[in-house]
Design a protein around this ligand. Sequence first.
Ligand code: NAP
Ligand code: NAG
Length: 295
Amino acid sequence: MALLKKCFLPALGLLLAYYFYPTTDNFRPEMLQGKKVIVTGASTGIGEQIAYHLARMGAHLVVTAWTEEKTEEVISECLKLGAASAHFIPGTMEDLVFAEQVVTKAGKLMVGLDMLILNHVRTGKLNYFDGDVASLCKTMDVNFFSFITMTSAALPMLKDTSGSIVLVSSVSGKISSPFVAGYSATKFALDGFYSSLQTEFQMMNVNASITLCILGYIGTETEEKFLSGILKNVKPALKEECTLSIIKGGVLRQKEIGYLFSVSFSVWNPNRMINECFVSQKYDIDKFKENQQLP
Ligand SMILES: NC(=O)c1ccc[n+]([C@@H]2O[C@H](COP(=O)([O-])OP(=O)(O)OC[C@H]3O[C@@H](n4cnc5c(N)ncnc54)[C@H](OP(=O)(O)O)[C@@H]3O)[C@@H](O)[C@H]2O)c1
Ligand SMILES: *[C@@H]1O[C@H](CO)[C@@H](O)[C@H](O)[C@H]1NC(C)=O
């Protein structure tokens, strides 16, 4: 018990303080003025609010979602709020060809790209896993493969602008929770893939930032419908505030941010740090490059 008090608790305290530290805030809305941004899943919820913030800040916007009517309304609202331009490209992210085309079209409409905000999601009902692998594949396409497809298509433009990729993820992508096994897997996959990609960017001197956003329970229509009555004593956070933190994290090029119980903070990712140390010390990069060029 004494040992516990003496060593374990202070160590835990230190670890927690290191893991979650407050964000230093040198954000100014002007940073987004005239910037060219794609926002996915912007018909409603978090994507819609991200679009409104960016519009107020004077950004160029291309938004995408599946349902057309609602998203057309989002576009008119964005123009009213002061967007430098606003376009809508409708389609489903189950179709990876569409995912690629959205980026190409958006690049043409805005003549370049500064920020890619990947937010769309296929959730499905809260349920015990029922063995429906076909549905899981679809969820993986929408929540994971379309993210990778859009990132690949956007990378040439983002390299030109030293731009940013923002990934909207969830606490369920860090700590697995019941009833959302498939969703949770897709969010864990994003963390694994993009942490690796970030290290590769660093190795190849690609100056495009990647920001992973770990969100807790946010009061969007979909999520409130899912969780109200099921989650005990947890109140949803305001989507308006959460979405501002997402934009800030992206623009300030933070690697990982959290938004839990209405508090925004930076997250220290041990995986990334270990990767960074390991890569510089344990790999012979020159040899690797040589080998890669072999047929
Ligand atoms: N709300 C929360 O509590 C919470 C917590 C943690 C993480 N998050 C994350 O935050 C992000 C947004 O969540 P949200 O609550 O705002 O969700 P939401 O309100 O349900 O919005 C989801 C968006 O994704 C689009 N979408 C769904 N399926 C699509 C498809 N097949 N093709 C193209 N677009 C599709 C929807 O468009 P249509 O309406 O046209 O289908 C909608 O615009 C997600 O990545 C989610 O994982 C949310
Ligand atoms: C990367 O791009 C950012 C944003 O344009 C810039 O502030 C930073 O200095 C760049 N870093 C390098 C190493 O070029």
